[in-house]
Write a protein that binds this ligand. Sequence first.
Ligand code: AMP
Length: 421
Amino acid sequence: MTTFQAPKGTYDLLPPDSATFLAVREALAAPLKNSGYGYVETPGFENVDLFARGVGESTDIVTKEMYAFETKGGDRLALRPEGTASVLRAALQANLQNEGNLPVKLWYSGSYYRYERPQKGRYRHFSQIGAEAIGAEDPVLDAELIILADQAYRSLGLRDFRILLNSLGDKECRPVYRAALQEFLRALDLDEDTRRRIEINPLRVLDDKRESVQKQLTGAPLLGDYLCDACKAYHEQVRELLAEAGVDYEDDPRLVRGLDYYTRTTFEFVHDGLGSQSAVGGGGRYDGLSEMIGGPSLPSVGWALGVDRTVLALEAEGVKLELPPATSVFAVPMGEQARRVLFGTVTALRRAGIAADFAFGGRGLKGAMKMANRSGARYAVIAGERDLDEGVVQLKNLESGEQSAVEVDAVVDRIARELGR
Ligand code: AMP
């Protein structure tokens, strides 16, 4: 029989590394939970048109990278390539915007799927923590989200990241810029695909990573020079709020991002230790998206932080998270009677909320003690026939090596006390 491998572009999370992954997820979400964002969970797949209309018909994500399929019932669905469109769809469906508390602030955590060319930091299945603030146009909200992402990364100990900031304008000024950019781009020497992109979404051409294209883009008109007064004032406020919060950022007039729905504020968190896949997170304002997917006008802003790349960034900086050991007490029984008694102790410890594990499989003392040490537990509870005849078990402090006999019935209380419970 052939053995199966994880599909191309995916990887499994296994202990002990999976503990770091979980801790990163928690750390990225923690500032949101503390700032009025409520948890939202949506299905892993949606109607394919939600993404086609929401993310954009001219984006790589929709044209090349979507896992789209038809169900047996004839529904056309796609695995979600990103979170924003789904979250907004869910909010609209539940009419959250009518409950009078705008903005609706939501956070999420989940798996996303893109049929990309796999490489380090770029996978076909990856994990994001995201936040969306729906239904308010307020530069404080844009600043809040950027500050919270900065706080999340810093809480993990990351330092070598930069925040790139830009404004993409709005429906007043962007069309004027778009036309100017198109005129500039049409005069360049570009391939068929890119020429087509000029007509559908010229801003995306600025995002082209190829050097042959980038070289020709020197001298391209910049959106910053075309922003209308309202967009300029809005952007200036976001910049001032970030500066007041002590959050450093770099103005990047070329930052457009790979999704069509952005307006005004856009930003990306890039990490300098990650090579070509340097974006650890990104987001921006998407004032037109609700209308694009059939909803009322709901100016909104959000971001998504990549968990996989954040873990890689920690490795690149040599940051090791301090994770509490999963097990506090490890039970080592010698003989059948001890197995029964100590399994009872382990069960009682667990019921008391103390993390405990057991040397399963009838190992000898040496092998079982090795397991106890490897588990990271602070204490081992050891018992043989002779101990039990005397009504005691041996409680060993695995850090100091000290060992003492404790009455069987008293051991749970004693451990609880020692652990400061
Ligand atoms: P995006 O919506 O494309 O800006 O994605 C937001 C974040 O998700 C990025 O900054 C990455 O950290 C992460 N991300 C996006 N695509 C991938 C991928 N294919 N593999 C791993 N992480 C990804």
